[in-house]
Write a protein that binds this ligand. Structure first.
Ligand SMILES: CC(C)(COP(=O)(O)OP(=O)(O)OC[C@H]1O[C@@H](n2cnc3c(N)ncnc32)[C@H](O)[C@@H]1OP(=O)(O)O)[C@@H](O)C(=O)NCCC(=O)NCCS
Length: 208
């Protein structure tokens, strides 16, 4: 089971990140109920959402490569085991170097740079998995998301009436903006921790 990784997107705030696990089904169900109607609408384009058992199976059935989800944990947050945000990518098709990304930050923690923590963790995984481009759709009135993708040099287009943003998945291929530097800082921390976890797993295998 992957351990939590300490990260800091700037010099002030410390978070932990960890991959979503099978046993996080209830956490997701409870967290969804706490999201405001605005956040639900921004994320799912619907004000009411109920996840079926099948949806929960799918969401938590990640594989660290083609379907990746990272949770952000704020150790000072008392509810939801400290979980404050979830970001995921799903590879578009087998062997594709593109993946669709979605981010959800709990209402109380929005506007504090948590998006860069998620994108740093997702970027570290994407690099290891050979994913080069992230894309996602957003509502045109979603100012926070628009500013975020602009700060990362995303290309914006209209596809089938929806606003679609596309940017480099590799944090080191992003333009040299303050937002991208924060994403890179987290990606460095997560990448180093994942490499250390892989190397300790392989030395355990060699010993056994
Ligand atoms: C959109 C979202 C992912 C952004 O994450 P975040 O951690 O709150 O955003 P950040 O604090 O990193 O801020 C990103 C940018 O948006 C700006 N911003 C943040 N909240 C804002 C708001 N309510 N209105 C306008 N701009 C806002 C920030 O100032 C920053 O811009 P800057 O770099 O030019 O200063 C998050 O707010 C969220 O989960 N919203 C609900 C779900 C959603 O919209 N998901 C995206 C679709 S998949």
């Amino acid at each position: 089971m992957s351990a939590s990784i300490a990260v800091t997107a700037d010099n002030r705030t410390n978070y932990l990140v960890r991959p979503l696990r099978r046993e996080d089904r209830q956490l997701i169900e409870r967290a969804l109920k706490l999201l405001s109607a605005e956040t639900l609408y921004a994320r799912f384009h619907s004000r009411g959402i109920r996840l079926s058992a099948r949806d929960l199976d799918y969401l938590t059935n990640t594989d660290a490569r083609d379907h990746v989800s990272w949770l952000v944990i704020d150790p000072s947050e008392k509810s939801q085991d400290g979980a404050i945000a979830l970001g995921r990518y799903v590879r578009e098709a087998e062997a594709s170097s593109r993946a669709e990304v979605a981010l959800t930050i709990c209402d109380r923690h929005q506007g504090q740079g948590v998006s860069k923590v998620l994108l740093g963790a997702l970027g570290a995984s994407a690099m290891a998995a050979g994913i080069e481009r992230f894309h996602g759709s957003l509502l045109s009135e979603n100012q926070a998301m628009r500013r975020l993708v602009q700060s990362l040099g995303a290309e914006i287009s209209i596809q089938d009436g929806a606003v679609v943003a596309e940017a480099a998945a590799n944090p080191w291929s992003l333009p040299d903006t303050a937002a991208a530097q924060r994403v890179r800082r987290v990606a460095t921390q997560v990448g180093a921790a994942l490499a250390a976890q892989r190397s300790s797993a392989s030395s355990v295998r060699m010993r056994s």
